[in-house]
Every structure is written in C-alpha cells, then in structure tokens.
Design a protein around this ligand. Structure first.
Ligand code: B12
Length: 216
C-alpha cells in the first residue's frame, strides 16, 4: 500500500472505531518506514478530528469520540518506543504541562508529552482539569523551565489566561516560558494573554520548546 493509502486507511479505521485495523496498519506503516510525524499528524490525529466533525454534525456521539480517542492514545503509546529509539538525548530541561480547569481532553496533551520527552526533556504531567492554584503551587515547588497549558474548549481557554495572570501575581512568571496549545487556541490568543509561544501540534511544540530553551 502507498503511504497515502495507508494514512487514508488509518483515518478510516479510526472513523470505523476499529482498533485492530488501526494497529495492524500502524505496524505495516512502521515496517515500511513511514515517518512517525506523518503517522501521528496525518494518520491518527486527522482521523480523530474527522470523528469530531461527525460529532459536530450529529453523526457521532460521545462514547464514539471516547473510543476514537482511546484508539489514538494507545497507538501513540506504541509509537513512543520508535520515537525514543530515534531521538533520545536526556535532560535538556523540564516542561510542566496540564489541561486547564474544566477541561478533560488529554489525547493531544499526551502526544505533546510523548514527543517532548522523547526528545530528551523531563516532562511533569499534571493531568487534566487542573485548577489554576495547582499550576501555581506546582510551578513554585518544581521550578520548571517551561509550562504548557492545553485547552480544547472555547469555554476553558480563558483559564490559560487565568494561570498566566496568577503566575504573574505570585512573582513566578519571570524565567518561566509559557507555551499554549489546543484546537481552539491560536497565535493571536497566545500573544493576547501574554504567553511566550503557541504550537498547533506536538512537533511544532517541540520546535517552539527548542527555540524557547535556546533563548533562556
Ligand atoms: C476526543 C474528544 C473528546 C473526548 C476526550 C477524551 C480524552 N481523553 O481526551 C470526550 C468524549 C471525553 C470529549 C468530551 C467533550 N467534548 Co470533546 N472532542 C474530542 C475531539 C473529537 C478530539 C480531541 C482530540 O483528542 N483531538 C486529537 C488531538 C491529537 O488533537 P488536539 O487535542 O488538538 O491536540 C493537538 C494540538 O492541539 C496540540 N496541543 C494540544 N494540547 C497542547 C498543549 C500544548 C502546551 C501545546 C504546545 C500543544 C498542544 O498538539 C496536539 C497534538 O498534535 C474534539 C474535536 C476536535 N476537533 O478537536 C472534540 C471537541 C474538542 N469536544 C467538544 C465538546 C463540546 C465536548 C464536550 C463539552 C461534549 C459534551 N457535550 O459533554 C465534552 C467536554 C468535557 C470536558 N469538560 O472537557 C467540542 C468543543 C467545541 C468548542 N467550541 O469548545 C469539539 C471541538 C467537538 C466538536 N466539533 O463539537 N471530547
């Protein structure tokens, strides 16, 4: 199968919620030496986004979104090994990350964790639905180099601003680089709320993290 057909079939496998099919295709893709970045972005993530569009049109329901998310999550965990083997160089800095309060989406955040840690950074994952005060408390205790804030809902993006404002108020913003992400987030939002960077996917997140660490 060509790379294009394989990625297309992975998309379809996710829409069909057929985890065995997706796993078999991923194995085939790895065997063919298809780029991990493309597998995650154009195969797995794109498939899940298409499922989200079906949900928006009333053609798919929450349990289906959840199952789709689980398939993507477990496929990425299997890929982790491959990324690790390729790029591991340890201890380049520490990224603390979490999904903001009111938001339980974590597939994208977890992919960011996988990619960043595979590139040699220490990642402290605070999980989902993280209250603003907890971000502040953990930044004070752990002193990470970078803080990543994920938000997938237009209603929870505002909590990215709240975390940044709270860090500022507590005198913890200086020296800490803040990077934002999540489907509704944009470069202009990041600028508006005083973040240092925005990344649209996990691999551009890695590039931004490398840039921010270089400018520290
Ligand atoms: C899977 C899913 C769910 C799953 C989540 C499971 C899980 N463990 O995460 C479940 C079923 C639980 C769910 C619940 C809900 N969902 Co939902 N969900 C989705 C869906 C289909 C996919 C999200 C996803 O995993 N995408 C794949 C990943 C890989 O992409 P990503 O998250 O964007 O992440 C990438 C980048 O954004 C970036 N990134 C992400 N985080 C970060 C962080 C940093 C620091 C950086 C740098 C980068 C970065 O890198 C990632 C990797 O490339 C989206 C559709 C969509 N278009 O996003 C809807 C979507 C986000 N959900 C939506 C809604 C409405 C809900 C619910 C409110 C539904 C309801 N009525 O209950 C609840 C909310 C629950 C809550 N309080 O959070 C809406 C949001 C609409 C809006 N405008 O706000 C969407 C857009 C669907 C839609 N089109 O209507 N959902």
């Amino acid at each position: 199968m060509s790379t294009e057909d394989l990625l297309d079939q992975i998309n379809k496998g996710i829409l069909e919620l057929n985890s065995n099919k997706v796993k078999a295709l991923i194995r085939e893709a790895i065997g063919q030496g298809i780029d991990v970045i493309s597998l995650i972005n154009d195969g797995l993530t794109a498939g899940l986004r298409k499922l989200g569009e079906r949900f928006e049109r009333g053609e798919a329901f929450l349990p289906e979104l959840l199952k789709g998310a689980q398939i993507v999550q477990s496929s990425v965990s299997e890929l982790e090994v491959n990324i690790n083997e390729k790029d591991a160089i340890q201890n380049k800095g520490t990224l603390m990350i979490g999904t903001v309060e009111g938001d339980i989406h974590d597939v994208g955040k977890n992919i960011v964790c996988t990619v960043i840690s595979s590139a040699g950074y220490r990642v402290i994952d605070l999980g989902v639905n993280v209250p603003t005060e907890r971000f502040v408390e953990k930044v004070r205790a752990e002193k990470p180099d970078l803080l990543g804030l994920s938000a997938l809902l237009t209603t929870t993006m505002i909590n990215q601003r709240r975390v940044i404002d709270a860090l500022e108020a507590e005198g913890l913003r200086k020296g800490l680089k803040v990077i934002l992400g999540g489907a509704p987030v944009s470069q202009s939002w990041a600028k508006q709320v005083g973040a240092d960077a925005y990344a649209e996917d996990a691999f551009s997140a890695l590039r931004k993290v490398e840039d921010l660490m270089g400018s520290k």
